[in-house]
Structure formats: C-alpha cells, structure tokens
Design a protein around this ligand. Structure first.
Ligand SMILES: O=C(O)CCC(=O)C(=O)O
Length: 289
C-alpha cells in the first residue's frame, strides 16, 4: 500500500515484468488511498453530470440495440435497456475534470506503464470511465482490445492499459476478469454470431473460461493488462457500484485515438501533461515488441 506524499520507487521489478509477460496482467492492490479515491469519485460524478447536460446535442446511434452518442470526439454509451438514461461508458474522459487530467499523468501509473512499454516517456492513447451502477450495470462479453484499435494504430502491441478501481470490486458487482495467458495468441477471431458488434467479441472456441482470473480487489487497486489479453466482466447484481477508469498509453509522440491530439506524459517527472495539437505518428522503437 502506498503512502500519499511519500515518494517511492514505482519501477516494476524483474519479477513483476516477468509475471506481466507470462500472464498478460499485473495487479497492484490499494495503490490509491481513501481520501484520494473520494476526490476521484467526486470527479467521476462531476464528469457524468457534465456529459448528461451535453448529451442531447450529440449524434445518437444504435449498435445491437445499444444506445451510443458521439459528442464531438467523445463517445458515450448508455445502459442497454431501451429507455435507460444511465451512462455506462464515457471515452475519452480525462478532459472532463482536472482531477482526471492529473490522474492520467500520475507517477504510480506512468512509471510501471513505461516499464511495460520499455520507454522513458509515453503518450495517451485513450481513457474511459466504466460505470456499473448498482443492480443495473451491464456485463461486458469476452473480448480483446487490440482488434478494436488495429485499424487506427500500427503499434497495437504497444498499447497497455491500466484499470483503476474506484470501488471495491467482487464477483457480485461485476469485477473485471482476464483469461490468464490469452495475450500470447495475438488477434483472435470474433464470435461471428451475426450481431453488429460480434466481430469484437472473441470466439468462445479460442479460449477456456476455466483460465479466467476474477479480480476481487479493493478500491484504489490497479490492474495493468496487455492489449491482446481476453477480458470481460459480468453484470452488477449487487447494491454496490463498480466504477473504474481504464487508461491506455503508447510510446511518446503519437496521437490519441478519437481526438488526434498528441498528449505526452513524462514517465519520471512530475510535470504533468504536455499537449501538442498536431497529429504525429513517428516512433523510432521501444525496447520490446
Ligand atoms: O468494465 C469492464 O468490466 C470491462 C471493460 C472493458 O473491458 C473495456 O472497456 O474494454
């Protein structure tokens, strides 16, 4: 558990990196403490309120009966029942509150991410709020992230994500699950069940659900995971929320998904985010690929 205000070395050990590469994920429990989490939960709910005020001005569409709204370069996804006004996902989200901007540049996240990618500085690829409200929060079928991104990015293998739990998570409120070792298979075929989004959900025959790891973790924990790792979650059947942010990074100087901005975040300094508004896609290569 980290102590706020006390600097520590956030570098991953050789064992941490070996575990990440073997399993496709790495968990660090209780990295953020309760006062920090209270601020972050407040930021999350402020972001949701802001989006609710704006959402009617967006462009609405349905995919497999699920309501999505595009608001400029941000996508909002609603819960699945036809009349639900409950927001399930907002992507990207960091621009909606200063505490989320600060979080994206947080050293406890960036230093391990730099170790995973193998470079000194990184930029933001995307980030999203995943909000599972009590009794209503829907599940997320097994999928890999890489196939979503493959058409927008030439370096999908260099897009690790980190999941920060804002609430305690367990089986009942739909904690994240990952199929251990599934990242080693590369991009797997989609389910092909005829639905619009079928291609993004991994074909069941490609993995064994018995290899699923349930991340029953306290609020404030981090789960780093590989872009090829098969992951998903069940619905929230409890009376407890399961809110989280997933932040995805890439080597420095690449443009963000959706917005096209370059948002560099230094890996070993406290300077915060620097923004360039031009698209840039040159990269000379990290330590591993
Ligand atoms: O929120 C979850 O449980 C899963 C979310 C997810 O897998 C995703 O957004 O890609």
């Amino acid at each position: 558990m980290s102590e706020v205000g006390v600097r520590r070395d956030y570098r991953l050990t050789g064992d941490d990196l070996a575990a990440y590469r073997r399993d496709g994920f790495l968990v660090q429990t209780s990295v953020f403490n309760e006062p920090e989490l209270q601020q972050l939960r407040h930021a999350v709910e402020s972001a949701v309120s802001l989006v609710k005020e704006q959402v009617n001005a967006g462009k609405t569409y349905l995919l497999d009966g699920k309501r999505f709204v595009d608001l400029d370069t941000m996508t909002v996804q609603f819960e699945h029942s036809p009349d639900s006004g409950t927001i399930r996902v907002i992507e990207p989200v960091q621009h909606l509150h200063p505490a989320l901007e600060k979080l994206v540049a947080e050293q406890r996240i960036l230093v391990p991410i730099c170790d995973i990618i193998g470079c000194a500085n990184v930029s933001v690829w995307t980030n999203k709020l995943n909000l599972k409200r009590p009794m209503e929060g829907s599940g997320f079928r097994w999928h890999q992230d890489a196939p979503y991104w493959i058409h927008d990015c030439d370096h999908v293998h260099l897009l690790p994500s980190v999941y920060l739990a804002f609430d305690d998570a367990d089986e009942h409120n739909g904690c994240l699950q990952i199929i251990r070792g599934s990242h080693k298979a590369g991009c797997l075929p989609g389910s092909g069940d005829g639905s619009q989004l079928a291609g993004f959900f991994t074909d069941d025959s490609c993995f064994d659900e018995a290899d699923a790891v349930l991340f029953e973790i306290p609020a404030g924990s981090l789960i780093f995971f590989d872009p090829y790792a098969i992951h998903g979650s069940q619905a929230n059947h409890s009376n407890q929320p399961r809110r989280a942010i997933i932040m995805t990074y890439q080597p420095a100087n690449f443009a963000m998904l959706k917005t096209g901005e370059v948002r560099n975040v230094p890996g070993q300094k406290q300077d915060g985010i620097s923004v360039q508004t031009t698209r840039q896609t040159q990269f000379t290569g990290p330590a591993w690929s």
